[in-house]
Design a binder for this molecule. Structure first.
Ligand code: HEC
Ligand SMILES: [Cu+2]
Length: 468
């Protein structure tokens, strides 16, 4: 080790000596300072960002049993790592300093004692890390198994589908699994006993068709961008994607899991306390990857039941105007919506007992879907959770899609008492790609509607505000 360090110093000096003979170029003289500045900036950023308060994406602030388990595992390993780091790097630096010689004093015949081939040392430093890894391995593997456990009670199953660039959440409200009996043989490929959990395979794999949209159960409740869960219950997730690979991560509730097209990954979440828990797509998925976030709202179980009961209801549509009267803004908005928007968006009506209505064909988008807007006005976020449909909540507090300071006690009454974010919604409807990078010409994302005038936009927003 020492000898190695010495020789490097010596060779390094040799190179430097020849370089110094050449005329120093301005770039070379400037470089060390630029590098120093870069390193200082990076260090300062890292150090200062650690001082930020209320970090919504902080994995070190677990708020549920799964996240707690990960934290309990990560911290001791982190300390072991820190000790090993200090020993190895500190030892290396100490030896380098101790064995330092000036180039002119360098003497090949005066090398320190060589330890190459020292059996005892070599066995020692092979076994020590192996033992250390074995120690770390046991709780790690045990935790991985525990994190994979499904909720036997079957309380609540949610399918998470990544779309460019928003998240769809499907609640298996009738408990018959996430898939329709696509091939009509009377068997459904469900999650329970259907192989997703790797425990038995008595389901029907043919129903798991690709593209997935074909076989997804229309009787399930579909909501966009905001995952609402009850507290104190493990929510089982099945994660997949409609287009490219995304990754689902709510740092304060659990680790991350990839959303891969054509594959079903199981995962779960549980929140101890009511609150808002943010997340962020963590696998690069194209243009608006950075604007594909997640908002999880944990509600007390009774509030969750109220929420769910309302979400299952079809939308109460504004009455169409009679022939001789002028249409209300909401009714006019509804007409505009049906003319411009229903090729992609669903607003469920009670025209059919099927959730998607009689003849809804999935939009011609790469992701095969656009957000279901049936209860749009009950949500606190839209457009990949980067904007909020509300400026203030019922208590007059500002609602900000980015932070998780939302007072969930006011969540259920947002549509009643909140102030609707009319200006932001008008901007979104008239030119969505101007609000969030999207490529509608490539069938990814929502197109702009330059033909809609200001009154049309007002009417459309008035209509959206009725969808509570
Ligand atoms: C070509 C398909 C398409 C059409 C037509 C379309 N949209 Fe969209 N819309 C989308 C997609 C895709 C998203 C999700 C964009 C994202 O967040 O990445 C979206 C998002 C939205 C959202 C936000 C929903 C949420 O929860 O994130 C609203 C509101 C909306 N659209 C309203 C409209 C209105 C009003 C019209 C008609 C004037 C319309 N859309 C027409 C595809 C479409
Ligand atoms: Cu993504």
């Amino acid at each position: 080790m020492t000898a190695f360090v010495r020789r490097r110093t010596w060779q390094g000096h040799g190179r430097r000596a020849t370089l110094e003979k050449a005329a120093p170029s301005p770039i070379m003289t400037r470089r060390p300072r630029t590098q120093l500045r870069l390193v200082t900036t990076l260090l300062a950023t890292a150090v200062l960002s650690a001082c930020a308060e209320d970090k919504p994406l902080n994995t070190f602030e677990p708020r549920g049993p799964q996240a707690q388990m990960i934290d309990d595992l990560a911290r001791p390993i982190w300390y072991i790592m820190a000790i090993v780091f200090v020993l190895v790097v500190g030892g290396g630096i100490a030896l380098a300093i101790k064995g330092r010689v000036k180039p002119e004093d360098f003497d090949y015949d005066d090398l320190p004692r060589q330890v190459h081939g020292n059996e005892k040392l070599e066995i020692g430093w092979t076994i020590a890390p192996a033992v250390l890894l074995a120690i770390v391995c046991i709780p790690t593997v045990a935790s991985i198994w525990k994190l994979e456990a499904r909720n036997d009670a079957g309380e609540l199953d949610v399918m998470v589908i990544g779309r460019q660039w928003w998240w769809e959440y499907r609640y298996d409200i009738d408990g018959d699994g996430f898939f329709e009996d696509a091939d009509g043989d009377g068997e459904i490929w469900g999650v329970d006993g259907g192989g997703v959990d790797g425990q038995g395979d008595d389901g029907d794999r043919d129903d798991r068709e690709w593209p997935l949209n074909l076989a997804l159960d229309d009787d399930d409740l579909s909501v966009a961008n905001e995952l609402v869960i009850p507290t104190g219950v493990q929510v089982d997730l099945v994660i997949t994607s409609g287009d490219v690979i995304h990754s689902f991560w709510i740092p304060r509730l659990n680790g991350k899991r990839d959303a891969v097209p054509g594959r079903l990954h199981t995962w779960n979440l549980e929140a101890d306390e009511p609150g808002k828990y943010n997340g962020w797509c963590t696998e690069f998925c194209g243009l608006s990857h950075a604007r594909m976030r997640m908002s999880t709202i944990a509600l007390a179980p009774s509030d969750f039941e109220t929420w769910l009961a309302n979400q299952i209801e079809p939308a109460a549509l504004p009455e169409a105007a009679a022939e001789d009267e002028e249409a209300s803004p909401e009714a006019a908005g509804r007409v505009l919506f049906e003319q411009n928007c229903v090729s992609c968006h669903v607003v469920r009506t009670d025209g059919s007992d099927e959730i998607y209505g009689d003849d809804f064909t999935p939009p011609q988008l790469k992701s095969g879907a656009a957000p279901d807007l049936t209860h749009f006005a009950t949500r606190s976020v839209f457009a990949g959770a980067i904007y909020s449909p509300y400026i203030t909540d019922g208590a007059g507090n500002p609602v900000d899609a980015d932070d998780d300071a939302l007072d969930v006690a006011t969540y259920l009454s947002l549509s009643e008492n909140g102030r609707f974010n009319v200006a932001q919604l008008k901007r979104w409807i008239s030119n969505a790609p101007g609000q969030k990078d999207m490529a509608p010409e490539d069938l990814r994302g929502m197109p702009a509607f330059p033909a809609l005038n200001d009154e049309d936009l007002d009417n459309l927003v008035a209509y959206l505000a009725t969808l509570d």
